[in-house]
Design a binder for this molecule. Structure first.
Ligand code: B1M
Length: 206
């Protein structure tokens, strides 16, 4: 696990993939690879970026290495063909390009039996509204990683509450909190991927 972590930080996608394969062959659980290897590595990358030890290009390369590892683990997490738990539209809000955490949430929701329509990043209130009409989800998930994009999150949640009050909303991302969720009228806040799955189940009674 230490080697996976170090290879993600070093941005060595091929090494990450081969170590993940080897760990799986050795019987390490996929969720353990994610939490103790891949996510932990990005936490370290985050604090190194904050302290100026790592710069944006290195961070991007590390993120790609992490995604390479995730792509091998994801198919093993569950059966994506049974979507008994409900349909979720999810996206990173307008002005925000961060998608690593959101992608993890998507992966964990899918592996827990949710059908997830991922709108990607920089998703405007209008695009969320279009997706509501097109996909008729029971739940909308919104992610924001920048304090400056929390306003876009608020705008989208309020628009959903107004136009489709039957649809539940769930928010997440480093700068947001339960208090912010309460303030903007979101259905709930989840601090991490596992909590997002629990909250989605709770909101949909699944
Ligand atoms: Co950005 N960035 N970034 N960045 N970046 C942060 C967020 C920052 C805290 C770094 C810092 O300064 N310390 C800072 C924000 C400061 C603030 O607003 N308070 C920041 C900044 C400033 C910026 C730029 C403005 C930098 C610049 O250009 N000057 C710029 C903005 C671009 C834009 O969005 N418009 C920018 C760019 C980038 C990269 C492109 C280089 C890259 C993103 C790559 C990508 O996502 N494809 C990047 C990265 C990687 C980070 C850090 C280092 C790591 C984020 C991450 O992936 N974490 C981040 C520092 C940090 O967080 N420590 C930082 C790992 C991920 C697993 O965690 O995303 O928190 P997280 O997701 C968690 C939970 O939050 C939760 O579950 C996830 C899994 O556990 N969660 C949800 C997330 N979404 C959820 C949704 C849910 C439920 C739970 O329900 C729907």
């Amino acid at each position: 696990m230490k080697e996976i972590l170090e290879s993600v930080i070093a941005g060595d996608v091929e090494k990450v993939k081969s170590l993940v394969k080897k760990s799986l062959d050795d019987g390490v659980r996929p969720d353990q690879i994610i939490s103790e290897g891949l996510i932990k590595a990005m936490d370290i990358v985050g604090s190194r970026m904050k302290s100026g030890e790592m710069y944006v290009p290195e961070v991007l390369i590390a993120a790609e290495a992490m995604k390479g590892g995730l792509s091998l683990v994801k198919p093993l997490l569950g059966d994506e063909s049974s979507y008994a738990a409900g349909r979720v539209v999810i996206g990173t809000v307008a002005g925000d390009l961060h998608d690593i955490g959101k992608n993890l949430v998507v992966m964990l929701l899918e592996s827990s039996g949710f059908e997830v329509i991922d709108l990607g990043v920089d998703v405007s209130t209008e695009d969320f509204a279009k997706a509501l009409e097109e996909h008729k989800p029971q739940l909308v998930g919104l992610s924001a990683l920048l304090t400056t994009t929390m306003a876009a999150m608020e705008e989208t949640v309020k628009a959903i509450n107004e136009k489709a009050p039957q649809v539940k909303t769930m928010i997440g991302g480093a700068p947001v909190s339960q208090q912010f969720a309460d303030e903007i009228g979101a259905g709930g806040y989840a601090p991490d991927g596992a909590a997002a799955v629990d909250l989605a189940k709770q909101l949909l009674g699944a």
